[in-house]
Write a protein that binds this ligand. Structure first.
Ligand SMILES: C[S@@+](CC[C@H](N)C(=O)[O-])C[C@H]1O[C@@H](n2cnc3c(N)ncnc32)[C@H](O)[C@@H]1O
Length: 242
């Protein structure tokens, strides 16, 4: 399996956790009244969202689906460090569409991940939701900008100081088709002001706008709802009324 996070896995928890300062309360609000039933965290990464889900729904069984071996190492370490997580989180080493999941799901969370899904994979994802979401179940996901094929100039996306070292990720994007960008990421490590490590990598990101998403979901018998605060680009998905 091609692991797009093989080079960057050791830095992801450090550099994605600042974004969770805003995402965590919004996700908590969006899921705290979720239907009972197993929860799936799609592309759980290092488990920032898994921990938020576990705290928001203390009785929930969680399936954390994470195909990258490097990120799964961080995820399993997080789960293992907490008795409550270790008892009720199952870590699955697959891509979502290959994962062995329960027949009925109360909640599916897909944060910072939907751009990894091609249009065909998205359709299969929506079919999975239509087939397995409990009648009062829901999914929560976010759309990360941009939704249009535009070039994005390089900027520092996140930094984190750990001991004497500072970690930094820079991101720029190139529009590669009407519906894809290629993100170019550079991960740098500094000790004092000296650059001691640099890794550059690229990955494809499939663009999806709110209106495209709404249309795709409607065709699968699902309905899209905006979630506050709207600047986070978070949405809830439910079954459309029969
Ligand atoms: C940007 S990270 C987000 C991690 C985590 N959700 C967070 O927000 O902290 C995207 C994650 O999606 C995973 N991923 C990519 N394609 C996937 C797929 N088809 N099924 C499940 N996970 C996938 C990657 O391995 C990576 O961990």
């Amino acid at each position: 399996m091609n692991d797009e996070y093989a080079e960057s896995a050791e830095f992801i928890d450090l550099l994605i956790s600042p974004f969770w300062n805003d995402l965590a309360p919004a996700l908590t609000e969006a899921i705290k009244t979720a239907a009972p039933g197993p929860v799936v965290d799609v592309g759980a990464g290092s488990g920032c969202g898994t921990a938020v889900i576990a705290e928001a729904i203390p009785e929930a069984e969680i399936f954390a689906v994470e195909p990258s071996a490097g990120l799964r190492t961080a995820l399993l370490a997080r789960v293992n460090a907490d008795d409550s997580l270790r008892e009720r989180v199952t870590v699955l080493p697959d891509k979502l569409l290959a994962a062995d999941l329960p027949e009925q799901l109360g909640l599916v969370v897909a944060m910072n991940v939907i751009g990894h899904f091609s249009p065909t994979e998205r359709q299969a994802f929506w079919e999975l939701l239509a087939a397995r979401l409990a009648p009062d179940g829901r999914a929560v996901l976010n759309l990360q900008p941009p939704s249009e094929p535009v070039d994005i100039p390089e900027a520092v996306a996140a930094t984190r100081q750990v001991g004497r070292r500072r970690y930094e990720v820079r991101a720029r994007a190139r529009a590669t088709s009407d519906t894809t960008l290629t993100w170019h990421m550079t991960y740098r490590t500094y000790q004092a002001e000296t650059l001691v490590d640099e890794r550059a990598l690229n990955y494809t990101w499939h663009l999806v706008s709110e209106s495209v998403l709404r249309g795709e979901l409607a065709r699968a018998g699902l309905r899209l709802h905006t979630t506050e605060p709207t600047d986070l680009g978070m949405f809830t998905i439910t079954r459309a009324p029969a």
